[in-house]
Design a protein around this ligand. Structure first.
Ligand code: 3PY
Ligand code: MG
Length: 260
């Protein structure tokens, strides 16, 4: 049978209670992403919030992930239906939305990412629907499978979001509540100081509230120690940064061979 909407392996693993290890990706080159998929990351978060990735890139980056079962997720720069729909149309299997501060904003993200009857995502025979070329083509099947497989991840990055978190975690059809530690520490007045007691208290509050809900906890963790720490604290969607892994490995390699 022809594969239509691709199964979202990351979503299946999350549902099974497993911990996902993914990487952040700001580069537009599909070859680098393809290599990261072969290396075994569960997902790649393609960034069009802080990186130059646009929709035309997203199509090729989704294709790169289709070489394996690695799940491609796009981080959009605004919580707008046109932005979210256009990016999901490329074949991305999830959308991550920065700075979600209220339950209404969380509901808006879901509405944009899901077709009716859950949401109001615009329908078209886009790349995500194989350009309508896999016959017999069925919008009904595309809608049902996309609604099942598409992940929605909302980022908690401000004190306002923490204040509203009890209501945000109640919003249906969100898979992951994601702590953005950089922006969160910044909005708390301690930019980059993740160890500051105010920041740690905020992390603990979010972690406890997500643990009581049916959502999974996500976070950015850039070092081996931070990934392990967050895994033990209950995070199930951990986004690392491949350059942070590559940097020490390359520096160590160069210093070893130069000294030999
Ligand atoms: C943050 O740390 O602010 C993030 O958005 C993580 O990607
Ligand atoms: Mg952020």
């Amino acid at each position: 049978m022809m594969v239509r909407v691709k199964a979202n392996r990351a979503k299946a693993k999350l549902r099974a209670g497993e911990t996902l290890i993914g990487t952040y990706m700001r580069h537009r080159d599909a070859g680098i992403s393809e290599i990261l998929c072969y290396l075994g990351f569960d997902f790649i978060l393609f960034d069009s919030e802080h990186g130059p990735i646009a929709e035309a890139d997203a199509e090729n980056l989704a294709r790169a992930c289709e070489t394996t079962e690695c799940t491609p997720i796009i981080r959009v720069n605004t919580n707008m239906p046109s932005m979210i729909g256009r990016n999901l149309d490329t074949g991305m299997q999830g959308v991550q939305i920065p700075m979600v501060n209220t339950a209404e904003e969380a509901r808006a993200a879901v509405r944009a990412a899901k077709y009716q009857p859950i949401g109001a995502r615009g329908l078209a025979a886009a790349r995500a629907a194989h350009f309508g070329q896999l016959l017999p083509f069925s919008y009904k099947e595309h809608i049902e499978k996309s609604n099942e497989e598409t992940m929605v991840i909302v980022q908690i990055e401000t004190p306002q979001a923490i204040e509203n978190l009890e209501a945000i975690v109640e919003v249906p059809n969100i898979d992951v509540i994601f702590i953005g530690p950089t922006d969160l520490s910044n909005s708390l007045g301690h930019p980059g100081d993740f160890k500051h007691p105010d920041v740690q208290r905020a992390f603990e509050r979010i972690t406890a509230m997500v643990a009581k809900s049916d959502k999974k906890l996500g976070v950015l963790a850039a070092t081996t120690e931070a990934v392990i720490d967050w895994k033990h604290r209950g995070a199930r969607y951990i986004m690392t940064v491949f350059e942070a892994i590559l940097g020490p490995a390359v520096r160590n390699f160069l210093s070893t061979v130069r000294q030999a």
